[in-house]
Design a protein around this ligand. Structure first.
Ligand code: PXP
Length: 243
């Protein structure tokens, strides 16, 4: 059976625009509240180590003001663990992070970093935070997620979004297979990165996927149609694909 597909709206790039001038606007928390009114099921924010977009204060305000779940994207560091334990978001998505990258390039090497991740995942889980691992659609990474006891994996759709033709179809197959494997092992499947109105359909149609996290495109589209409209249209595109 195909269950309801949640939409998590990532508001990082509202903060990117704000930080370009060092002014107090546009406010990512205002965007989050608006996205919630438009039908977002959750809000995602990535507190990067270099604080290039979301800041500590944004996370504190999101944690205090949101009435829908907050998904904190974070690197597997002691600093980020302490912040997550302080604010206790609904979920924490562990992502790989390189200072020089423009965005999160590639998934977390959960298999290669098993020893580092194990205590971190355990502490988050003990604090009641739903841990998600942002991984490539790869059986080895899913196996590591199972062994780590992560309740959720988020499959990286960045390659799918960049490819076209037969290569995209092949990547879609990898994503579908990975989703089926994770779900068969009791792991909830999310997906995200690079999703737009045009490419979201086939990902939304993967029956095991329960949540999509979408940011950059929606914030860009909001310049033309408003955030409310952009979120509603994405919700519609997801619902149509889901059937
Ligand atoms: N999911 C994760 C784990 C991410 O790191 C990002 C980018 O911050 C997204 C989803 C959203 O990607 P995009 O901004 O391309 O929609």
């Amino acid at each position: 059976m195909t269950g309801f597909l949640r939409l998590g709206v990532n508001i990082d790039h509202v903060a990117t625009v704000r930080n370009a001038r060092g002014a107090g606007y546009p406010d990512p928390v205002r965007a989050a509240l608006l996205a919630a009114e438009a039908g977002a099921d959750g809000i995602t924010a990535h507190l990067r180590e270099d604080r290039r977009h979301i800041t500590d204060d944004d996370i504190a305000r999101l944690a205090a003001e949101l009435t829908i779940p907050l998904n904190l994207e974070m690197a597997a560091t002691d600093e980020m663990l302490a912040i997550a334990l302080r604010h206790r978001p609904h979920a924490a998505c562990i992502v790989p992070e390189k200072r020089e990258e423009v965005t999160t390039e590639g998934g977390l090497d959960a298999a290669g970093q098993f020893a580092r991740l194990e205590p971190l995942v355990g502490q988050l889980r003990d604090a009641g935070i739903r841990v998600s691992l942002f991984i490539e659609p790869d059986a080895r990474q899913i196996d590591a997620a199972i062994r780590l006891g992560a309740p959720v994996v988020e499959l990286h759709t960045g390659r799918y979004a960049e490819l076209d033709g037969e290569a995209r179809t092949e990547e879609l197959r990898r994503l579908s297979d990975a989703a089926a494997l994770a779900a068969k092992n009791g792991i909830e499947v999310h997906a995200g990165h690079g999703l737009t109105f045009d490419n979201v359909g086939p990902i939304a149609a993967i029956p095991q996927v329960r949540e999509l996290n979408i940011g950059h495109f929606l914030i860009g589209e909001a310049l033309f149609v408003g955030l409310d409209d952009a979120v509603r249209r994405m919700r519609d595109a997801m619902d149509v694909a889901r059937g």
